[in-house]
Design a protein. Structure first.
Length: 267
């Protein structure tokens, strides 16, 4: 379980770097959808999702999340699947060069990871750093990020083994760069929407595409210090780095979609 500690370590560092942090627990349900197989894996977020956020005295903004998903795996895309998987995201940003009161450049360090997804991702780790050009008003924030770093993806061995692949064929670890465009729009006094498009590349080859849409609604009138979130994250994986000329593709699908409905409650 060393990977479990590795995933939690970046998030646990947030409170040690600050005097206090804003912590929230998340509770929700999800659908993990693999379109090529018309597969839906429904489940819950186990009630142990964690979100932490803080701005330090020096102006560095820290935020992170860790979620454990309990999956009701009916379709058995992976014939030996353990129905629990994990996802974590940690980010640090700080002002680099202000242009106007509404725009400027920030520096950015970002870690993303997930383990044991129903679509056959055994482990994924992405550690990137770069720059964020942004424009902000009271109603909208738009940004364009340019990042470089380390990309690691390992495919679970159960399905590839059926197609003739060996354990050594299942990993892609490489330096990479990423371009990300995202925006956050205030819809009304209680609602906002967030959208993101991102691609990871190595040289002239794309590695992964991600698309995300999120709608947040302040529901403090019902539950104190709480937010209800509906989100969808679609990921496309390039399987070419794993492809052997004498074998069929390592997986019979190359994308997955995570749809979530969850409540975040401050603790």
């Amino acid at each position: 379980m060393m990977w479990f500690s590795f995933f939690l370590l970046p998030l646990c560092c947030i409170p040690t770097l600050t005097n206090a942090s804003d912590w929230s627990m998340t509770y929700g349900v999800h659908d993990f959808f693999v379109r090529e197989k018309s597969s839906h894996t429904f489940g819950t977020d186990l009630g142990i999702g964690i979100i932490a956020e803080k701005t330090t005295d020096s102006g560095t903004h820290l935020n992170g999340s860790f979620t454990a998903f309990l999956a009701n795996d009916q379709d058995k895309l992976d014939p030996d699947y353990e129905p629990i998987w994990y996802q974590t995201d940690v980010q640090a940003t700080g002002e680099l060069y202000p242009l106007t009161s509404n725009s400027g450049f920030d520096w950015l360090i970002k870690f993303d990871g997930k383990v044991n997804t129903p679509s056959g991702i055994e482990q994924q780790l992405k550690l990137f750093a770069g720059f964020d050009a942004h424009y902000t008003t009271s109603a909208i924030k738009v940004s364009l990020k340019s990042l470089v770093g380390y990309y690691f993806l390992e495919i679970d061995d159960d399905v590839p083994r059926l197609h003739g692949y060996d354990t050594g064929d299942l990993q892609n670890k490489t330096t990479a760069y990423s371009i990300m465009a995202d925006s956050k729009i205030k819809l009304n006094l209680k609602m906002n929407a967030y959208a993101r498009i991102q691609q990871y590349r190595h040289d002239d080859q794309w590695l992964e595409n991600q698309y995300e849409l999120m709608i947040n609604h302040d529901v403090t009138q019902w539950i104190q210090n709480s937010t209800l979130t509906l989100s969808a994250q679609h990921t496309q994986y390039n399987l070419a780095p794993y492809q052997r000329a004498d074998l069929t593709p390592i997986l019979p699908w190359n994308s997955d979609t995570l749809i979530r409905l969850y409540l975040s409650v401050a603790i």
